[in-house]
Design a binder for this molecule. Structure first.
Ligand code: FES
Ligand SMILES: [Fe+2]
Length: 391
């Protein structure tokens, strides 16, 4: 089992899963001035013209200057001009429309185009589809609590991690670090340690886009012969509150299940997001992991609230501003950040707490979109033809 898990791990690409939509940057940060970003190791320039956002490969096909250093010289045309000799590219298609130093007699060659990226604004972020195929419709690729703005609204933030994306998504796959690592976070400090030593299991989601995690059983206190109790006495005496229910599962009886058909409290979905909900079914925190480079990752936190009238929305927002934004999105998450950024990759010895993690790695390496593999499987002659072309 261990050997196959390690193999699975190496099949998960270092720079992220291609052919998915990713949140890339807050939408308010993109104005007229071109801006450089990186997603899955690809350098992209974003710019806005006439209110619309465009995304192109950030390398001029002439002699390689970054288009993000250029300017939108012709407002309304949706173009950006390279800073070096003024080659000017159309935002939507990447087509070269003018070489500003060469006169307009000869039409620019089609092969000088740069790669355009499918891009869209949604839920306060600019989303980019990075891959090698036609983009998949945004709505069919992401969960309803993100796509359906008529039912859900979000309050979001983001944080940059200096580590590979795989370490971050591993951390978000219900691998039982929370009762230990977060036990002294402001949210949990005065509560009993929430249930640990649970029996964990996972199940594929009905839509096939990810897995759901379940945990049953578990205790608040354990006794270890020769050591004593966990939590140890010096940490136990101040845990005077009632458990908040954080560790609770979505049982059949929860409102989330009966009213909305939500089966899992914690889900992981492709390409790299975790949805963690409440038993009332009215809230999810979505943690979306966007690989930037090999050692840089952005964690986008979308706090998703079901729309239930403006008063509830106001209360939710106030609670987030005065409590969750710092207690959870900042301090709680920083406990993870502090450890994850210092993990030394190497051999692992996976254990019972890692059931969610191994299931997620397995699911990812088996089900991630691979257009080339799919095309080759559909047309076995193609590989042969390609092989003979090489000779
Ligand atoms: S390098 Fe871009 S115009 Fe010359
Ligand atoms: Fe955590």
């Amino acid at each position: 089992l261990d050997a196959s898990l390690n193999e699975n791990r190496t099949e998960i690409p270092l720079l992220g899963l291609r052919n998915y939509w990713y949140p890339a940057i807050a939408t308010w940060r993109i104005r007229k001035k071109p801006r450089a970003i990186s997603v899955l190791g690809e350098k992209i320039v974003l710019f806005r013209d006439n209110g619309k956002i465009f995304a192109l490969a950030d390398r001029c096909s002439h002699r390689g200057a970054p288009l993000s250093m250029g300017k939108c010289l012709y407002p309304g045309s949706g173009t950006v001009s390279c800073p070096y000799h003024g080659w000017t590219f159309e935002g939507g298609t990447g087509k070269l429309v003018a070489k500003l130093m060469e006169g307009s007699e000869t039409p620019p060659p089609a092969r000088a185009a740069v790669k355009p990226y499918p891009v869209q604004e949604h839920a306060g972020f600019v989303w980019v589809f990075v891959g090698d195929m036609e983009p998949v419709p945004f709505e069919t690729d992401l969960p309803e609590c993100i796509t359906d703005r008529s039912q859900w609204f979000s309050i979001s933030n983001w944080r940059t991690y200096n580590c590979n994306w795989r370490l971050l998504i591993d951390n978000l796959s219900h691998e039982q670090h929370a009762p230990f690592l977060h036990r002294d976070s402001p949210e949990l400090l005065f509560q009993p340690i929430f249930k640990h030593a649970t029996r964990n299991s996972t199940e594929e989601l009905e839509d096939g886009r990810g897995i759901g995690h379940q945990a049953t059983g578990g205790v608040h206190v354990t006794h270890y012969p020769g050591l004593g109790d966990f939590p140890p006495p010096q940490e136990a005496w101040y845990r005077v509150l009632k458990p908040s229910g954080r560790g609770k599962d979505m049982s059949e009886g929860s409102e989330a299940t009966s009213k909305y058909g939500i089966k899992f409290r914690h889900m992981n979905m492709l390409p790299s997001l975790a949805l963690i909900g409440r038993p009332n079914g009215n809230f999810f925190t979505c943690r979306f992991v966007t690989p930037v480079g090999e050692n840089t990752t952005i964690l986008f936190n979308l706090n998703l609230f079901r729309r239930r009238g403006s008063l509830v929305a106001l209360m939710n927002s106030l609670k987030w501003v005065f409590w969750s934004s710092w207690a959870h999105d900042w301090l709680f998450s920083d406990q993870d950040k502090f450890v994850i950024e210092r993990i030394r990759p190497g051999a692992e010895m996976l254990s019972r707490t890692d059931i969610g993690l191994t299931a997620w790695r397995w699911f990812t390496s088996t089900n991630a979109r691979r257009p080339e593999a799919a095309a080759a499987a559909a047309d076995p002659q193609r590989e042969k033809a390609e092989a003979s072309n090489v000779q």
